[in-house]
Ligand binder design. Structure first.
Ligand SMILES: *[C@@H]1O[C@H](CO)[C@@H](O)[C@H](O)[C@H]1NC(C)=O
Ligand SMILES: *[C@@H]1O[C@H](CO)[C@@H](O)[C@H](O)[C@H]1NC(C)=O
Ligand SMILES: *[C@@H]1O[C@H](CO)[C@@H](O)[C@H](O)[C@H]1NC(C)=O
Length: 442
């Protein structure tokens, strides 16, 4: 057999067994719920290397000891459940047992999630949520541009996707080719469709053909150069459509996570980020929510004014923001990041007292370059970053396990201070003696 399901994998690591038993005692309700779904995830072995290029695979490469893998596992089970019946096989490989697979697939981090199609391998770098993973697998399994042949299909697309791209018109010529190339390049990040003017006109407004548009959060926006593409330089049209797709693939006010931040920085816009703090249940305190909503309101009401230069967003994890400003700030707060230079701006105003008007003034001063940027990717900042990350790492370690941290850093420090004490204290005593002598002679 090429693979066996999770349950028959009982013998894997006998060392882990007692630990697992302990865990199951505490996690029984969860385990039961997850088991039915997890059973759809194929547990792959070395022989995966012989079949990975046949058909389509969504595979998680994991290590049993990795905490992120454990957290992703139940989600992956739900993804498998959702994709059941489609021709995408969902599996996972224990890289500590099947090191050949890990080597061949060049796995450098756990978990790594990949989509494999023929000989093409794509590493997933989005959020590890069920919705995002399912969307990703669906996108990757089809051709880069999918044809829409019925008007009702567009209603379905509107219902199921927050964002999608649509080409309207003859599927030939330079605009079509450039659209197709952009779709190939961004297939991992967006849905791309094409349809006829008849079908499209029942849903979207456009004056010229061909038309390219993005549907986003119940509105649609046109790519401005589609109908003049034939008059433009081929490389210019290719560059502008790539650029347009690159910036339009984000929602108006996305949540920035450690997974998508690299992609959002690629917009090369100023990122205007409302930083709040989510607790473990993804809840945000009311006053922080109000602040976030106020910032969101600014871009929703003034898209035309800001869309070209500013990408608005929010963060639920302040430590992400801290790694830009190399400092900590209480939440909520606002930071603006120049995505080219990674320099940042922080308003002087007390965030909770900020009004939309104050934000307008603040953004205007960034736009007209009268505000002074801080930080960035200079040599000095890089050194500061190393110290900041080290300090943060130590603090996180301390929060996670104070005893262990004390042992690891405390013991060597203890020895060191003993050694230092024995070296210097001879001197101390001498000095004291001399002092005493002085007093006596006076
Ligand atoms: C089109 O533009 C993209 C991004 O700018 C580039 O990667 C790609 O090579 C270009 N393709 C052609 C055919 O010029
Ligand atoms: C970022 O900073 C660079 C260098 O100062 C500047 O050229 C660019 O316009 C700024 N803005 C954005 C959105 O990148
Ligand atoms: C830049 O914008 C700010 C805020 O609106 C304004 O006070 C300042 O005068 C502007 N500076 C320039 C050089 O236009």
């Amino acid at each position: 057999m090429l693979w066996h399901t999770t349950k028959s994998n009982g013998q894997s690591a006998s060392l882990w067994k007692p630990l697992f038993m302990l865990l199951t005692i505490f996690a029984t309700p969860l385990t039961y719920a997850a088991n039915a779904e997890a059973a759809r995830v194929l547990e792959l072995s070395d022989r995966f290397l012989e079949v990975y290029n046949q058909g389509q695979w969504l595979v998680m490469f994991y290590a049993p000891w990795c905490g992120y893998c454990k957290r992703t596992e139940p989600i992956f089970g739900q993804v498998a459940q959702e994709l059941h019946g489609l021709n995408i096989r969902v599996g996972k490989v224990d890289c500590t047992r099947f090191t050949n697979v890990a080597r061949e697939m060049q796995i450098r981090a756990y978990p790594t999630i990949m989509f494999l199609k023929g000989n093409a391998k794509y590493v997933y770098n989005g959020d590890r949520t069920k919705e995002d993973l399912v969307d990703y697998a669906l996108r990757m399994s089809g051709p880069p541009v999918q044809m829409v042949t019925r008007p009702e299909s567009i209603d379905m697309l509107k219902g199921s996707h927050t964002i999608f791209f649509m080409y309207v018109g003859d599927q030939q010529g330079v605009m079509w080719e450039s659209y197709y190339a952009a779709a190939e390049n961004y297939q991992q990040y967006g849905f791309f469709y094409a349809t006829t003017p008849d079908i499209a006109s029942q849903h979207f407004e456009f004056e010229h053909l061909p038309a390219v548009l993005v549907y986003k959060e119940e509105l649609h926006h046109l790519y401005p150069y589609a109908h003049v593409a034939h008059e433009m330089d081929v490389s210019a049209i290719n560059d502008t459509i790539h650029h347009w797709v690159n910036v339009e693939r984000f929602t108006t006010f996305p949540k920035i996570t450690r997974f998508n931040i690299k992609q959002i920085l690629l917009t090369k816009k100023f990122l205007v980020v409302a930083v709040v703090e989510e607790d473990k249940l993804n809840q945000v305190a009311t006053h922080e929510l109000e602040f976030r909503d106020m910032v969101e309101g600014v871009i929703r009401k003034h898209r035309d004014r800001y869309h070209d230069t500013f990408q608005f967003a929010w963060m639920g994890d302040p430590s992400l923001a801290h790694s830009f400003i190399l400092d900590t700030l209480p939440t909520p707060h606002l930071i603006v990041i120049n995505s080219t230079t990674e320099q940042h701006y922080i308003p002087d105003d007390e965030p909770l007292k900020m009004t939309p008007q104050a934000i307008h003034v603040f953004l205007e001063s960034i736009h007209n370059e009268s505000a002074t940027p801080l930080g960035g990717d200079t040599y000095l900042v890089r050194i500061r970053r190393v110290f900041f990350e080290a300090k943060k790492g130590l603090l996180d370690m301390w929060k996670g396990n104070p005893v262990l941290t004390t042992v690891i850093f405390g013991l060597p420090c203890g020895f060191l201070s003993l050694i230092l004490y024995s070296i210097f204290c001879g001197d101390c005593f001498v000095a004291n003696d001399e002092d005493d002598d002085h007093e006596k002679t006076e």
